[in-house]
Design a protein around this ligand. Structure first.
Ligand code: NDP
Length: 300
């Protein structure tokens, strides 16, 4: 029986995950097929029921279902519970287990960004959506002592800070209003800036003016492209990294959960680069997979 793994999202037409996961199954000689399932929110319950069939190994879940899927799973892992979002499903017989591999995917990224330098303990995070929750949990677990979250809608950042209350009891986790002067003042005290907003994904815009980026900053953008923020930061002399490591490592963690095997990460990385070179922009059900005329090619 050919085993099936599906990506459930809306839209999912051009997914980098599809290329990366199929390459991994092929490399290990598995006949498993990774399928892209475009399902609207109203179709989610039936879709989840279908997944309980024996031929399914599991699934990835993406925008807009990462939070909606939570009530449909039989059990959640600690990361899924802590972030309130599920991006990977595995099976225990007919039961479904919800995981959040974005957390494991993110934690690799600061190490690569910082390199041989000492890991800073303060970070500024822009955004308070699902990606940001994985980032903030990764920073809390990574021993950061002060993390400040800025979000356009402050109440969402405040809700996140409340949500992480207990896990962050040993450190300072704060939500602050999105004012350039306040962000600038915080950036002076920090060395790590993470963009977890979708600003720069489908337009060539930056969440911050270039003038407030100091060369000491290390800037990580979750978006898998050379965004305007990353280009401005590089021009200011900052070290920079895009969302490639997070995307790759969340995918590798999911692959291992489905198969019990170490992920062929080099093969997955090569497939990711190849898919991008062929014009696939969307990581996982991102709002729009179409190319942006005024944006650069964006390869890592
Ligand atoms: P969500 O939709 O959950 O959150 C989007 C965030 O962006 C919110 O904080 C939202 O603010 C903010 N935002 C959007 N537009 C604007 C704007 N015009 N001005 C100010 N803030 C804005 O998305 P995710 O958290 O899932 O994803 C966020 C980004 O991270 C995406 O670009 C996604 O591609 C990337 N990502 C990458 C991953 C990877 O593996 N590399 C993994 C996960 C995400 P508000 O709450 O005020 O609306």
């Amino acid at each position: 029986m050919t085993r099936r793994v599906v990506l459930i999202g809306h839209p999912v037409a051009h997914s980098l995950s599809g290329a990366m996961q199929q390459a991994a199954f092929d490399e290990l000689g598995s006949d498993a097929k990774y399928e892209l399932w475009d399902r609207k929110p109203m179709e989610l319950a039936d879709t989840i029921t279908e997944l309980r069939g024996d031929e399914f190994l599991g699934a990835n879940v993406t925008i807009p279902h990462k939070e909606r899927v939570v009530p449909h799973v039989d059990r959640q892992t600690e990361e899924a519970h802590a972030t309130g979002a599920v991006n990977t499903l595995t099976k225990e017989g007919r039961k479904l287990v919800g995981h959040n591999t974005d957390v494991a995917g993110f934690v690799v990224a600061p190490d690569k960004l910082v390199g041989k330098q000492k890991m800073p303990r303060h970070a500024v995070v822009l955004g308070a959506g699902g990606g940001s929750r994985a980032v903030v949990l990764g920073l809390i677990r990574g021993g950061f002592q002060r993390v400040v979250v800025f979000n356009r809608h402050l109440h969402r950042a405040e809700a996140m800070v409340r949500h992480f209350g207990k896990s962050a009891a040993h450190m300072e986790l704060r939500a602050m209003p999105w004012h350039e002067s306040i962000i600038e003042a915080e950036l002076i005290k920090t060395k790590i800036l993470v963009n977890a907003t979708s600003i720069g994904l489908s337009t060539d815009e930056s969440p911050l003016p270039a003038e407030i980026l100091r060369p000491e900053l290390m800037v990580l953008d979750l978006i898998y492209a050379q965004t305007r923020l990353l280009r401005d930061a590089a021009s200011a002399g900052c070290r920079t990294a895009d969302g490639e490591q997070m995307l790759l490592n969340q995918g590798a963690a999911a692959f291992t959960l489905w198969t019990g095997l170490p992920a062929p990460i080099d093969v997955m990385h090569a497939a990711l680069i190849d898919a991008r070179a062929h014009g696939i922009r969307s990581t996982e059900g991102e709002p729009d997979g179409s190319p942006v005329d005024d944006a650069p090619a964006g390869d890592a």
